[in-house]
Design a protein around this ligand. Structure first.
Ligand code: HEM
Length: 532
């Protein structure tokens, strides 16, 4: 039986506590002095032979590694996850989801997306919610966000959306996630972004605390049971403290007063023994219902409404331990959507397919070569035994003369296991090679409208204010116009209220609101003003 401290115990082997020890070089030689370099005479030049001086500076010169290309700023914590009971066994062979006797260690990293490592916590942005489960069957990473959908349908556009979101390349301004022409230019030219943009303009983009934030796997994944039968699944994290947001003015002030607001909150809560908790839930869809929805399950800009498929609770995660060292753990942790265990598999969601390529690729450069899975925070508690050898920063001394399969010489080579192996889900794939998405991906507005209709009046007001603020920063009139054109397709009242605040008129046209009609907005009636 695994228990929640297996990772903690594993890390004991590498924890360093230099208190009370004597200063040495990296080679273990005790040094006599560390304040003055060796010089030729009291006012002379520094001597090359001062190996301690050179080693000290060289190491310092190499202390930084590239920050993540997205989600650069984050905060992490350890904890554990335990399922409530075994009901999910009908659908998955993953033991950590089905055996209530098993408590699985986890490491979670929360993040903002657009800002650099040193940026403020309380910006308007998506938040990352990435969980590494150190299961008995190997590491499983649920690399999610705090919003259930994404900006784009196909990962080939990811560099484009990120280039549009990040500060402009010529002057690296603005650092804010969304308030600039390039972002809104992209949004207005890619209508598939509209559903996510509605979430981004809502209070969900301003979480009060990581402890009070939902998480979503976003994609439709697949659970696979012991008999090899698949079930579509969406993953949800529900915070036990409930979901709470700041308001925009608070965010602005806090960003100035305490840029570490969310990071500090998580750290202090755990230090105080107020351990944050989330319930893991799943929405399950039988394979026979793959086409039962008015959207495509493979489209990551769509969610499955909870009224249609309720979220069923699976178990609880508790975060109860802060890392010992930010760099070693929170910075060096490497999540990857392709880190799956038996019982969990992918679908053909084209965004997920791209992610399954991208994470490993970027980590090879970010973490300096192919052995980053040996970094303590990334190391599985499950036994690791591969034929992979050598490479930068190899930490293991593999013994034996063979590292290939098959071989008839023995000595060093792992054997293929007979049971509990990962087998890729068998599904039929055929079709012509095309750069064309199915027509089932073309509705970009219905769920944006659904989201708008689900908002309380004060939430609608906040969304209108956010659009007014953001678009008020956009210099190019034609970009504003195109965004208004998209908003008309979401809801006419929304588009008019935003336009009024910008001193503009909403364009004609648009589609019928697919849900109930929008109640009159208080802001729509107020004198128009561009928020600043
Ligand atoms: C990093 C989530 C889409 C590429 C991250 C992180 C999260 C995340 C939470 C931070 C991981 C950490 O804390 O270390 C998501 C979600 C997506 C999405 C939920 C859509 C549903 C994509 C796509 C790509 C991508 C489409 C590329 C095709 C990356 C890269 C990193 C990253 C390169 C940096 C990883 C690292 O340096 O360790 N993503 N992402 N993401 N994501 Fe995504």
């Amino acid at each position: 039986m695994a228990h929640g401290d297996a990772k903690h115990e594993q890390l004991d082997g590498v924890r360093a506590d230099p208190t009370g020890t004597e200063l040495t070089t990296q080679q273990g030689v005790r040094v006599d002095h560390t304040d003055d370099s060796l010089q030729a005479g009291e006012r002379g030049p520094t001597l090359l032979e001062d190996f301690h001086f050179r080693e000290k500076l060289t190491h310092f010169d190499h202390e930084r590694i590239p920050e993540r290309v997205v989600h650069a700023r984050g905060a992490g914590a350890y904890g554990h996850f335990r399922p409530y009971d075994d009901w999910l066994r009908d659908h998955t062979a993953a033991k950590f989801l089905t055996d209530p006797e098993v408590s699985t260690p986890v490491f979670v990293r929360f993040s903002t997306v657009a800002g650099s490592r040193g940026s403020a916590d309380t910006v308007r942005d998506v938040r990352g919610f990435a969980t590494k489960f150190y299961t008995e069957q190997g590491n499983y990473d649920l690399v999610g966000n705090n919003m259930p959908v994404f900006f784009i349908q196909d990962g080939i556009k990811f560099p484009d959306v990120v280039h549009a979101v990040k500060p402009e390349p010529h002057n690296e301004i603005p650092q804010a996630a969304s308030a600039h022409d390039t972002f809104w230019d992209f949004v207005s030219l890619q209508p598939e972004t509209m559903h996510m943009v509605m979430w981004l303009m809502s209070d969900r983009a301003l979480p009060r605390s990581y402890r009070m934030m939902e998480g979503f796997g976003v994609h439709t994944f697949r659970l696979v049971n012991a008999e090899g039968k698949g079930t579509f699944v969406k993953f949800h994290w529900k915070p036990v403290l409930g979901s709470h947001s700041l308001v925009w003015d608070e965010c602005q002030k806090i960003a100035g007063a305490d840029a570490d607001f969310n990071r500090r909150d998580l750290w202090e809560a755990i230090e105080a023994g107020q351990f944050p908790e989330w319930e893991l839930g799943v929405q399950l869809v039988d394979e026979s219902d793959e086409f039962a929805f008015d959207f495509d399950l493979l489209d990551p800009t769509k969610l499955i409404p909870e009224e249609q498929v309720p979220v069923r609770p699976v178990g609880k995660m508790v975060l109860d331990r802060n890392p010992d060292n930010f760099f070693a753990e929170t910075e060096q942790v490497a999540f990857h959507t392709a880190n799956v265990v038996p019982g969990i598999d992918f679908t053909n969601d084209p965004l997920l397919q791209a992610r399954n390529f991208s994470y490993l690729d970027t980590q090879l450069i970010r973490l300096g070569g192919p052995n980053f899975a040996q970094i303590p925070v990334n190391r599985p508690v499950a036994e690791v035994s591969t034929n992979q050898r050598d490479g930068h920063h190899q930490q293991q001394i593999h013994r034996g003369r063979t590292s290939y399969t098959p071989n008839s010489l023995g000595g060093g080579c792992p054997a293929i296991a007979g049971s509990d192996v990962f087998r890729h889900y068998q599904t039929r794939v055929d079709g012509e090679t095309v750069r064309r998405r199915s027509a089932s991906f073309t509705d970009h507005h219905s769920q944006a409208t659904l989201f708008w209709n689900s908002m309380a009046d004060f939430e609608k007001d906040h969304i209108v204010e956010a659009f007014r603020f953001e678009l008020g920063k956009v210099e190019h009139q034609h970009v504003r116009e195109r965004v208004l054109h998209e908003l008309v397709h979401v809801d006419r009242d929304l588009a008019e209220a935003v336009a009024q605040g910008l001193g503009m008129r909403a364009p004609e046209g648009g589609t019928e609101n697919h849900g109930r009609s929008s109640p009159a907005l208080s802001l729509a009636k107020s004198p128009g003003s561009v928020a600043t």
